[in-house]
Structures are given as structure tokens and as C-alpha cells.
Design a protein around this ligand. Structure first.
Ligand code: ADP
Ligand code: MG
Length: 209
């Protein structure tokens, strides 16, 4: 687990300011939620932290290291998006194995880790199913397993429960919180849902529009 620090992080698209001078410090193991309406720059901000995009201004530090110009693969970050973004042609287990393959972790030890990650999200026995054979909640659990299987220093969650119906969302909120505690992984979740922010996190930051 690592701490995260954002200093004056700004993202402009042309003259439009999507992320405006954000200052944030997240302690190792902390669970912070960024709350803001649609269009307030939540996804843009997470993309900057993940390294999928570069800020126009400001610096990003992970574990005390300035990663502002580092590529995503140099940041050891697990990512979950609202739309599950699973590989449709791969089984659940193959989806979870993928980030391990990318990191050169193959063979029985990789397989063991992937199976354990599926167990953690309560999908034991469903590893052979393809995404189309899983419910929305189960697909999002696969996405979560895929994001944690390589033991990331940081977990970034972009409205991960937004596509689920209310009952399932509340169930998964409890599981997600338990999992985050158990793993002790530094986590930033973004959402427009105030209730979700309150029930999940240690601390909330509000983004204006
Ligand atoms: P949120 O996730 O909070 O809904 P986003 O970060 O997706 O907000 O978007 C913030 C604003 O930035 C929106 O007005 C959006 O249209 C704009 N935006 C996002 N990505 C781009 C882009 N690649 N080019 C231009 N504008 C963008
Ligand atoms: Mg968004």
C-alpha cells in the first residue's frame, strides 16, 4: 500500500477545465471517496492518477515518488470501471489471469492467485464462465478480482456499482468495504451517489462542477 498526493492537478481540454487545481492526500490504506455530479471531472481525475492521461499542470505522487510522467504500467494500480470492461471472449478465470500474464506471472502460482482472487469476491466455481454467462453483479466481482489479483499498491474505482440495481449495490458496498479493509489497499472511489460515499469511505472529498 502506498500514499497518494495530488498537488495542483489540473486537466484542460482546449480551453475547457475538466479538473481544476485539485489538492488531495490519501494515507496508506485509506479509503477516500470523491463525490461529484456527472461532468465534474471524476473520471478525468482518476485517469490522471492511473496514468492513462497527463495533467496539464500539477504533480502526482504515489508512495512519495513523482509519477506525473510515468506510464500506467509503472504505477501498479488496480482499476475498476462502471462498465465492467471484461474481455468478452475470455472466461472469468482468464480475465483474472490476464494482469498476471502481463506481469510475467504464469504457471501454477499465477493460477493459484487468480483462483484465490475469485474466491475473495465469492465467485468460487464460476471461473469457467464467460462474462455473458454472469449477472451484472458477478461481472463486477470479476472486474474487482482482476484489479486486485496482482496486489496493486492502489485501487481506483470509477462508479463501480453504478450499473447495478439498488439491492445488489448495497450488498456489494458492504463486500467492497470489507475487502478493502482486509487487503489494506489504498483506495480512491469516485461516485455521484452521496449515500454510497457515506457508507463506503473513511473520508469524502467533494468536487464542484
Ligand atoms: P465525470 O466522470 O465526473 O462525469 P468526466 O471526467 O468524464 O466527468 O468529464 C468532465 C468534463 O470533461 C465533461 O464536461 C467532459 O465532457 C469533459 N471531457 C472529458 N474527457 C474529454 C476529452 N477527452 N476531450 C474533451 N472533453 C472531455
Ligand atoms: Mg465518469
Amino acid at each position: 500500500m502506498s500514499d497518494i498526493r495530488l498537488e495542483g492537478v489540473t486537466k484542460r481540454y482546449g480551453t475547457f477545465v475538466a479538473v481544476d487545481n485539485v489538492e488531495l492526500a490519501v494515507a496508506p490504506g485509506e479509503f477516500v471517496t470523491i463525490l461529484g455530479p456527472s461532468g465534474s471531472g471524476k473520471t478525468s481525475l482518476l485517469s490522471l492518477i492511473a496514468g492513462l492521461n497527463r495533467p496539464t499542470a500539477g504533480r502526482i505522487f504515489i508512495g512519495g515518488r513523482d509519477v506525473t510522467d510515468a506510464p500506467p504500467q509503472a504505477r501498479n494500480i488496480g482499476l475498476v470501471f462502471q462498465s465492467y470492461a471484461l474481455f468478452p471472449h475470455m472466461t472469468a478465470l482468464e480475465n483474472v489471469l490476464f494482469p498476471l500474464h502481463v506481469r510475467g506471472i504464469n504457471g501454477p502460482s499465477g493460477r493459484r492467485r487468480a483462483i484465490d482472487a475469485l474466491k475473495l469476491v465469492r465467485l468460487d466455481g464460476l471461473g469457467d464462465r464467460r462474462p455473458s454467462q454472469l449477472s451484472g453483479g458477478q461481472q463486477q466481482r470479476v472486474a474487482l478480482a482482476r484489479a486486485i489479483v496482482f496486489e496493486p499498491d492502489i485501487l481506483l474505482l470509477d462508479e463501480p456499482l453504478g450499473a447495478l440495481d439498488r439491492k445488489l449495490r448495497e450488498e456489494l458496498q458492504i463486500e467492497l468495504k470489507g475487502l478493502q479493509r482486509a487487503l489494506g489497499v489504498t483506495t480512491i472511489l469516485v461516485t455521484h451517489d452521496q449515500e454510497e460515499a457515506l457508507s463506503l469511505s473513511d473520508r469524502i472529498m467533494v468536487l464542484g462542477k
